[in-house]
Design a protein around this ligand. Sequence first.
Ligand code: HEM
Length: 187
Amino acid sequence: MRLTNTAERYGAVAQTLHWVTVALFAAIFALAWIQDGLPLSPEKIRLINLHKSVGVTILVLAVLRLVWRWYSAPPVLPAGMAGWELQLAHASHVALYVVLLAQPTIGILHSAAANFPVVVFGLFTLPALIDPSEEVKVILGQAHYWLANAILALVAVHVLAALRHHFVVKDAVLKRMLPAVGKGKGG
Ligand code: HEM
C-alpha cells in the first residue's frame, strides 16, 4: 500500500493519522467521563494529566494531518455526489479540523488560567501561554465543555455519513479510508 494519497484513495500515512486520532478521541472522552465522576484524589489528578497528554497528542496529530494534506492532496469525492453533498462533506471536514485544533488549545489555555501545568506523559511541561485568571478559567472551562458536546454531534454526523456512503449509496468513500485488502501494490 502506498504512503501518499491518490485521486481514488487515502494512503497509509493519512489513514494511520485518521484512525490513531479516532482511537485517541475515544480514549479522551472515556477519560473525561471517568475523571469527572471521581472525587479529588491522586487517581483523579493522574487521569486529568493523562487526558491533557492525549489532548496534546491529538493537537500535534491534527497539525501533522494538515501538513500531510497540503503535501499529498486527498482523494476527490465520487462524481455522482450532488452539489449540496459535496459542500456538506467539505464543511464537515473543515469543522472537524477546526475542533481538532481548537479543543486541545482551549484545554491548554484553561490549564494555564487555572494555574495548573500541562505535563505531557510526564516527559516535559508546556509553557503557560496566559496568566492565571479565575474569570478566564471559567469561560474556557465552559467553552471546553460545550465544544466537547458539539464534537460528539459532529462526529456522530460524520460516522453516519460514512455508513450511509457504505451501506446505502454503496460507493467507495468508507473503503478508501480503510487499508486496501486483497489488492495489489498501490491499490
Ligand atoms: C468510527 C468513526 C469514524 C469513521 C467511520 C470515519 C470515517 C471517515 C471517512 C470514510 C473519511 C473519508 C471521507 C472522504 O473520503 O472524503 C473520513 C475523513 C475524515 N475524518 Fe473520519 N471517521 C471517523 C471518526 C473520526 C473522528 C473521531 C474524527 C475527528 C474528530 C474524524 C476526522 C476526520 C477528518 C478531519 C477527515 C478528513 C480527512 C481529510 O480529507 O483530510 N473522523 N473519516
